[in-house]
Every structure is written in structure tokens, then in C-alpha cells.
Design a protein around this ligand. Structure first.
Ligand code: PLP
Length: 399
């Protein structure tokens, strides 16, 4: 082995010994409630395709038509010649959907978070994030160089203490603009399925002259009367500076979006490096996302959403009855805390043996010793699927 490979092999062995080694699993079928893995069909409880739109005929047709009309690729970054009408149409639809002046799309949600945070903050500014925010926010914090403070999960008192500290920070050189303070939270937390106290957060940030960015990755399409997300459900549209959405979860396509004022979007076009220095998303993704938004706002979308909430309640009952009590959640993300990484892995493997695909989520996605089974449901699951899951869980409870 070369020294290069030897060093990497040592690192991989250390991961394996700590039960933290990850490997890709090859899936031989489209995203759905069944996953064909290693030649076996498994019942899939791991997807974020909550409304079952990833394989919906309307999205597939929109993607196919976009390929016919616009080709497979976009040809260049948005600021060069890649800003195709199909991207602008999606952004207009998103702004209308979110009730904001404007929206800007990125190739992924990860890129959207990174672009926005790096565009808005520099080393004299302060970024205050919930302990459980997604890795894309943590990475952006490192990249932008702002002073980073982490508040305990959903703890408003801890946040207020950090805000008071932040207000005392002054720019290094006089004559500069005042230091900015940006709070970032998720509305539905991706690994815990719980909700942020958004109304209190908004009051607090207004009192302290801070800005708020809400990552609605797991709320877009699911919450609020018009299904815009939790910011809408809590009646806070217009009081949140930066609303972030992903288009690859309930929307069923791919991409990320920042929704907010016209000025915000104009600034991002000039300063968001992950937007500027990256080829525009493929036309098919933009068209599929727009079709996804249309389904979400239709009567069919409402029917799917109602089915989903019934299935979430059913899933919780199944978990309680089979000895895996779930955390208190109000989302289609239902984690059952296990603790040790090795135990979570063993349970996930045993479930796979019983025909169920349920991922074990472990460090570094969640804290060490807080490994869990993370169940997600989709509107396409059936009541029988849940019964089958319950039987499998009972059969492996002593594994
Ligand atoms: C999935 C996710 C992202 C990233 O979105 P992608 O489009 O998958 O890159 C960001 N934030 C949260 C909370 C997520 O769950």
C-alpha cells in the first residue's frame, strides 16, 4: 500500500472500531416506499419524500418536458448564461408560494445555507445557532469567519444571554457598519422531529435588533394553511428576514431556495459564492420543483398531507406498542432513541433482515451516545405497511 492509502486505511479502521463507518447502499429502484437493496425488496422508512412526489407523474412529466425544451444541462452559472427562464419561473413561483418579495434558487439546500450566511456575515459579525442546526449551517459558520455562539436546543434563556453578549461586540475598525447578529434555527428539526418556538424567537430577535434565518427543510409543503412552512403556520411571514427551503424533500425534486426581500435576493446574486461559482441547476430539476409546488397547493396535495398526518399518528402507535417509544414529535420524522452507536446499528441491521429499511442515525449527525432509529413516513405508505413494521419491530426487540 502507498503511504497515502495506508494513512486513509488507518483512519477508516478507527471509524469501523468506533461503529461509525458509513457505506453507500446501492438502491435499484426509484425513490418510494419500497427500496430494492442487494437484490431484496425492503419496506422503506428512511426517505424525506414525505408527500410521495419524487415519483409523481406530474413531476416526471414536467422534468421530461423541460429536458425536451431546455436540454439536459444549463450550460453555465446563473451569472454567465445559465439563468434560463425555467429557473426564473421557479423563483417567481417560490416567492408567490412563500409570500415573499423574491426568491433565489441554488443547486442544493446545503449550497443555499452556505451562500446566504457567507454573503451576509464577516468576521466582525455574530452568528448564533441552535445546538441542533444542520451541518450546512455549521460549515457556513466556519467559512464566513463570524463569531459563533451556540445556544442550547430551543432554550430561549440561553439564546437571550448570547444575544446580550453579541450586542456588546463592536467592529474592529471604527467607521465600519455596525456588527450584524444573525440567529439561525430549523423550524422542524431534522433528526429529532420537534419544532422551534418560532414566535418567541421572533420576539426575542426583534427586541435585540438581530436577524433571523429559518431553515424550513422539513416543514416546506407540510405546515401552514397554504403549506408554506412553519413560519406561515405561526403567522410570522414578513417578520423573518431569511426563509430557507429545500426542494428535495416534500417538494419531491432537488435544490435549495432562499426567500425574502428583493434586496436580500439582489445581494445574494452578488455575494453568495455557492450561487456565483457553480453551474446553474439542471432545467429538469427546476421544472420538477415547480410542478411539486403546484401539486402541494392543489386539492390532491391536501389529501396527501392529511394521509401523511394519519400515518404519522399510526407510526407513533406502532412504535409504542412494539417497545420503541418515540420522542414527542409533530413531524413525519419519528426518532426512537437507542443510545449506543453499536446498538442502533445492530437494530437497524436486524430490521433489514426482517425486510425493513430504517436508518441508524449516529455521530456526527447527532451527538455521541444519542444514536437512534429514525423512522420517516410518506403519504404513499399504507396502514398495512405500518402493521408489517410493527411485526418486524416485535421480532427484533430482543436482538
Ligand atoms: C436536507 C437538509 C438541508 C440540505 O438540503 P439539501 O437540498 O439536501 O442539500 C439543509 N437543512 C436541513 C435541516 C436539512 O434537513
Amino acid at each position: 500500500m502507498t503511504d497515502f492509502d495506508q494513512q486513509l486505511a488507518d483512519e477508516l479502521s478507527a471509524l469501523r472500531e468506533a461503529d461509525l463507518l458509513r457505506q453507500l447502499r446501492r438502491v435499484e429502484c426509484p425513490a418510494g416506499t419500497r427500496a430494492s437493496l442487494d437484490g431484496r425488496e425492503l419496506l422503506n422508512f428512511s426517505s424525506n419524500d414525505y408527500l410521495g412526489l419524487a415519483s409523481h407523474p406530474a413531476l416526471k412529466e414536467a422534468a421530461t418536458k423541460a429536458i425536451e425544451k431546455w436540454g439536459a444541462g444549463s450550460g453555465a452559472s446563473r451569472l454567465v448564461c445559465g439563468s434560463l427562464a425555467v429557473h426564473h419561473e421557479l423563483e417567481e413561483a417560490l416567492a408567490a408560494f412563500k409570500g415573499t418579495e423574491a426568491a433565489l434558487t441554488f443547486a442544493t439546500g446545503y449550497a443555499a445555507a452556505q451562500g446566504a450566511i457567507v454573503a451576509l456575515l464577516g468576521k466582525d459579525d455574530v452568528l448564533i445557532v441552535d445546538k441542533l442546526v444542520h451541518a450546512c449551517v455549521v460549515d457556513a459558520a466556519k467559512l464566513c469567519g463570524a463569531k459563533l455562539r451556540v445556544f442550547r436546543h430551543n432554550d430561549l434563556n440561553d439564546l437571550e444571554a448570547k444575544l446580550k453578549w453579541a450586542r456588546k461586540q463592536q467592529p474592529a475598525a471604527s467607521g465600519q457598519r455596525p456588527a450584524r447578529i444573525l440567529i439561525v434555527t430549523e423550524s422542524v428539526f431534522s433528526m429529532d422531529g420537534d419544532l422551534a418556538p418560532l414566535r418567541n424567537l421572533v420576539e426575542l430577535k426583534e427586541r435585540h435588533g438581530a436577524w433571523l434565518m429559518v431553515d424550513e427543510a422539513h416543514a416546506t409543503g407540510l405546515f401552514g394553511e397554504r403549506r408554506l412552512g412553519l413560519v406561515e403556520e405561526f403567522g410570522l411571514t414578513g417578520r423573518v428576514e431569511i426563509q430557507m427551503a429545500t426542494l428535495g424533500k416534500a417538494v419531491g425534486a432537488a435544490g435549495g431556495a432562499i426567500c425574502g426581500s428583493r434586496k436580500l435576493v439582489d445581494l445574494l446574486v452578488n455575494r453568495a459564492r455557492s450561487f456565483i461559482f457553480s453551474t446553474a441547476p439542471v432545467p429538469a430539476a427546476a421544472a420538477a420543483a415547480q410542478a411539486g409546488l403546484a401539486v402541494i397547493q392543489s386539492q390532491e396535495g391536501e389529501t396527501r398531507r392529511q394521509r401523511l398526518w394519519l400515518l404519522v399518528e399510526g407510526l407513533k402507535r406502532v412504535l409504542i406498542n412494539s417497545g420503541f417509544p418515540p420522542s414527542a414529535v409533530r413531524a413525519p420524522i419519528v426518532p426512537a432513541l437507542v443510545g449506543a452507536e453499536a446498538r442502533a446499528m445492530a437494530l437497524s441491521d436486524a430490521l433489514r433482515g426482517a425486510g425493513m429499511f430504517v436508518p441508524a442515525i449516529r455521530f456526527p449527525t447527532v451527538a455521541r451516545g444519542e444514536a437512534r432509529l429514525r423512522f420517516t413516513v410518506s403519504a404513499e405508505h399504507t396502514a398495512e405497511d405500518l402493521t408489517t413494521l410493527g411485526d418486524a419491530l416485535k421480532s427484533i426487540a430482543h436482538a
